[in-house]
Design a protein around this ligand. Structure first.
Ligand SMILES: NC(=O)c1ccc[n+]([C@@H]2O[C@H](COP(=O)([O-])OP(=O)(O)OC[C@H]3O[C@@H](n4cnc5c(N)ncnc54)[C@H](OP(=O)(O)O)[C@@H]3O)[C@@H](O)[C@H]2O)c1
Length: 452
């Protein structure tokens, strides 16, 4: 039997404890598959006394992740602490410098430092694996890095945040507001106490930035992503979407265009009949469109201790099977110094269909003005409908001298969808409509995405 692969595990929280338990439970299976044991030799967390649901007495304890990273008692440093800088970065950088392989689930760290860390790993001749960093248990990193070699990717998109997808699913299924769904998600442990990161799109953006680099061979550009969250999605949008044959999902999309690469995270209407529209609750899904393979869609658990641990264990098994002394596959699919600079396509140049919901004063000519401004921008409408709202009674008082309730015209809702047009045309048309003074509140604009 070959020597064991010695693992140092930094972080024993949701994911780390699951990894420790899976390594113990699957020791024989992994040894059989890898040809050598994967042995948890050292661990690190803040609280030494906490029960992690697994016997860690045989593993050396470290209080300091960086000391663990440089320990010569380990071959692989597994970073499951989190955070884009701090001890996570120090630990990973130290491990690579010391010639240790690294496995991490930390998308925030990779979105910010991925290219630099990939370069360091190549220089040291070690492996940097991060399957768990994007879409949890779905093996999308390995698929894009290794299995799609030779393919020219045109678009990669997906549902990559379970919290946001859970909220949108509940809003549609149970007809309850965003705020109530969020409160439920927090109660059930699907959403953090501060949910901003998940619902405003930052988490999806981190994952998308990593996928964009793998898809297009470009440097990671996490700060160059157009981002809109789901917090202003109303039940009315969800209902209107369904009537029009769509479902709203928070998508991360990276797409090659003649202008450059679009990276965008925003609520998106996808056709009800598409596979991605069926992805419900905390499940994730990622689709890749490429010239040789066509369209590929993977869906599965995007988070949670065990699903994420599955990806970490897969990364460890790959390291255990790798040949020492041989050149390792580059972390981002090609050598870090051959990654191209990222060229951003302007959002105004984005082409697609649009859904626009406007609350307007009920005056003659509003409908016609809206249609005219759209036509002036060369926008072809797929549908336009006007919904009346229940009249608001005017309370008795000086404005109502008759002493009885009188009814006044209520606001109207105009909902339209467009055929393929540009973001610039839609924004310019809406600016004109706003200028006319017809709108009562900010219009809702949701992009429509072609999806398989
Ligand atoms: N949770 C998921 O479903 C999921 C899915 C995909 C990716 N990830 C990623 O996986 C990573 C870990 O996530 P998690 O949910 O497992 O986090 P977590 O439950 O908060 O666990 C973090 C662990 O790091 C330890 N830690 C924190 N600061 C430390 C320090 N200064 N020194 C030593 N140990 C320290 C904590 O120690 P104590 O336990 O002693 O406090 C804890 O064990 C993150 O990068 C996250 O983005 C998570």
């Amino acid at each position: 039997m070959s020597e064991s692969l010695r693992v140092g595990l930094a972080g024993l929280g949701t994911v780390g404890a699951s990894v420790a338990r899976a390594l113990a439970a699957k020791a024989d299976e992994l040894t059989a598959q890898c040809g050598r044991p994967i042995e948890l030799t050292a661990v690190c967390a803040r609280n030494r006394d906490q029960d992690r649901g697994v016997d860690l007495s045989q593993a050396q304890w470290f209080d300091d992740p960086v000391a663990l990273a440089r320990s010569n008692q380990i071959d692989v440093f597994v970073e499951l602490i989190g955070g884009e800088d701090g001890v996570a970065l120090d630990g990973v950088a130290t491990a690579l410098e010391a010639g240790r392989h690294v496995v991490t689930a930390n998308k925030a760290l990779l979105a910010k430092h991925g290219v630099g860390l990939a370069g360091r790993a190549e220089k040291a001749g070690v492996i940097l694996n991060f399957e768990a960093a994007v879409a949890g248990g779905i093996p999308i990193i390995k698929t894009m890095r290794e299995s799609l070699s030779g393919n020219a990717v045109s678009r990669v998109y997906g549902i990559m945040n379970g919290t946001a997808n859970y909220i949108l699913t509940r809003m549609e299924r149970d007809g309850i507001s965003f705020a109530d769904c969020l409160a439920d998600a927090q109660r059930l442990g699907y959403a953090e106490a501060d949910p901003t990161f998940d619902i405003e799109g930052h988490d999806t953006a981190h994952k998308l930035a990593i996928l964009t680099s793998l898809a297009f061979g470009t440097q990671i550009a996490a700060d160059d992503i157009y981002m809109e969250g789901i917090s202003n999605i109303a039940l009315g949008d969800i209902e209107a979407a369904r009537e029009l044959g769509y479902r709203i999902k928070l998508l991360g999309v990276a797409q090659r265009t003649p202008e450059g690469i679009e990276q965008r995270v925003h609520p998106t209407m996808v056709p009800l009949g598409s596979v991605i529209a069926q992805v419900e609750g905390v499940t994730n899904a990622v689709a890749v469109e490429a010239d040789i393979v066509g369209t590929l869609l993977m869906s599965g658990p995007g988070a949670g201790g065990d699903a994420t641990a599955s990806a970490v264990i897969g990364d460890l098994a790959d390291i255990a099977k790798s040949q020492p002394g041989r050149q390792q596959a580059p972390a981002l699919g090609r050598p870090a110094d051959r990654l191209q600079p990222y060229k951003r396509a302007r959002m105004r140049a984005h082409e697609g269909g649009y859904f626009v919901r406007m609350t307007v004063h009920d005056r003659p000519g509003v409908f016609a003005d809206i249609a005219r401004h759209m036509a002036d921008q060369g926008i072809s409408l797929e549908s336009i409908v006007q919904h009346g709202a229940a009249p608001h009674p005017v309370p008795m008082g000086p404005d109502n001298p008759y002493g009885e309730d009188e009814e006044t015209p209520s606001p109207k809702t105009v909902i339209l969808t467009t055929h393929e047009t540009t973001e610039r045309a839609v924004r310019d048309a809406i600016a004109q409509i706003v200028e006319d003074g017809h709108l009562i509140s900010r219009p809702q604009v949701i992009r429509i995405e072609r999806a398989g």
